[in-house]
Design a protein around this ligand. Structure first.
Ligand SMILES: NC(=O)c1ccc[n+]([C@@H]2O[C@H](COP(=O)([O-])OP(=O)(O)OC[C@H]3O[C@@H](n4cnc5c(N)ncnc54)[C@H](O)[C@@H]3O)[C@@H](O)[C@H]2O)c1
Ligand SMILES: O=C(O)[C@H](O)COP(=O)(O)O
Length: 417
């Protein structure tokens, strides 16, 4: 998170006069393009991520940006993005966006907190079985003409212990699925969480590591989760146990994991996410984990199912469209929350301003001086910005909007109707 640095003000008002443009990166599902086109947007869709400098260039004249987990949006990408109204992260994680910078520029960031969670949970169930039966190694051998029929080191998952780190949307669903296979489920979370089924919370990470045959990570990328599985934690896992990481690449020390696997302390690993990932499918990829037996490596596909992607496309495009039409910020991860029904016959002014004393007084003075009638007014704030939604008579909305946009505290002001 960066500290707030406000853009120069006054900003120019943005009116609901098109054409409006949306830029969708990283192969976002066509369901999003369809919805935004139906909303009147000109949509440009690219298959890969953009580097920050190129993103900054491409954002000129763009009103909505859609990304997935690969596109980082640092402050410098937003400096000249004057027309940008909102960012949609068509995934769960929003750690790739500088949320403070976006907030400071008056740009809400929306994500899809649930749509791909089942897909990740199902993939992890598959990996638990693949690892304990060493299925990928056996398959590779048969593909290369070797017949190695062995039972040694292969186990049933029934009766084994699955340790889940992070018992949120994914972790808790996974626990239910694992119990249906007869597994015992333990979890460790920094928050108190309702245990589903017969799963049981443990008080410490060490307790979970010591008891689990499989340890699986489902935590967000935070300072507190950075490298939370290092050499020390891997050494605390049972000999022969397997580690699964489909959360974020920053959570596991890859060099320590490779060393633990090569020394045969761990019996296997499945890794879907990496500290550095390629921007697109045509780039090459190297990791220290390549070539180690019983290690399943996947290219960040935990949430990549047709069901999840179609659902995410619709979910995030719906949030973006609703924000565009009404200013609703419900579900935004970095913005004060406002959601109010449109009042027929009025115009709505949406104003983002620096949250300092006197702003509402100045705005209400403008409204009063222009003899405008307020039909509804909702203000929501955080420590950095205020977000004001105000429904006014249609004949005065334009001069009121221009005057508010001229205040030195203004960040972004627009009219919708
Ligand atoms: N591989 C993929 O394609 C893929 C797909 C979806 C999500 N993800 C990743 O998975 C993560 C988890 O997703 P989710 O929907 O379950 O998120 P969630 O927010 O519902 O759950 C995360 C849980 O982790 C807990 N947590 C936070 N810090 C912790 C710590 N230090 N120790 C233990 N628990 C901690 C939280 O309290 C929360 O319960 C996402 O943030 C995303 O980065 C990856
Ligand atoms: O945060 C997420 O939802 C996952 O990491 C999936 O990211 P992706 O959309 O880039 O596959």
């Amino acid at each position: 998170m960066s500290t707030a640095r406000f853009p120069p003000s006054p900003t120019r008002p943005i009116l609901n006069e098109g054409p409006f443009r949306a830029l969708l990166l990283e192969n976002i599902h066509p369901s999003a393009e369809e919805m935004l086109k139906a909303e009147g947007f000109q949509v440009e869709r690219l298959s890969s991520a953009l580097k920050p400098a190129e993103l900054a260039e491409r954002l000129k004249g763009v009103h909505l940006l859609g990304i997935r987990s690969k596109t980082t949006v640092p402050p410098e990408s937003l400096v000249h993005a004057e027309d940008l109204l909102a960012i949609g992260a068509f995934c769960i994680g929003t750690n790739q966006v500088d949320l403070t910078a976006a907030n400071t520029h008056g740009i809400p960031v929306f994500n899809a907190p649930f749509s791909n969670t089942r897909s990740v949970a199902e993939m992890v169930v598959a990996e638990v079985i693949v690892l304990t039966r060493q299925l990928f190694d056996r398959s590779r051998e048969v593909h290369t003409g070797q017949w190695r029929k062995v039972a040694t080191g292969s186990h049933e998952v029934r009766g084994k212990t699955l340790g889940i780190i992070g018992y949120g949307h994914i972790g808790s669903q996974l626990g239910v699925l694992a119990e249906s296979l007869g597994m015992r489920v333990l979890y460790f979370d920094v928050m108190t969480k309702l245990p589903l089924g017969n799963s049981r919370a443990v008080a410490t990470l060490d307790e979970l590591l010591a008891q689990s045959d499989f340890v699986t990570l489902h935590v967000p990328a935070l300072t507190s989760t950075h490298m939370m599985m290092g050499a020390e934690q891997l050494a605390k896992m049972k000999k022969g146990a397997c580690l699964i990481n489909a959360s974020r690449g920053t959570v596991v020390d890859i060099a320590a994991l490779a060393a633990s696997l090569r020394s045969k302390h761990l019996g296997g690993a499945a890794v879907d996410v990496y500290p550095e990932e390629p921007e697109g499918n045509s780039d090459g990829f190297v990791t220290e984990l390549q070539g180690i037996p019983n290690v399943v490596l996947t290219p960040h596909i935990g949430g990549s199912t047709e069901e999840a992607q179609a659902s995410i496309g619709k979910e995030v495009a719906t949030s973006l469209s609703k924000f565009f039409r009404t200013g609703a910020t419900t579900g935004a991860v970095n913005f004060p929350m406002v959601e109010a029904p449109l009042i027929p016959g009025t115009h709505r002014i949406l104003n983002v301003h620096r949250n300092i004393p006197g702003v509402l007084r100045d705005i209400n003075r403008i409204v009063s001086d222009l003899n405008a009638n307020i039909h509804a007014q909702v203000l929501s704030t955080d420590s950095n910005i205020g977000y004001l939604v105000m429904d006014l008579d249609q004949d005065v909305s334009r001069p009121v909007c221009d005057a508010i946009a001229g205040l030195t505290t203004d960040i972004k002001t627009r009219i919708v109707s």
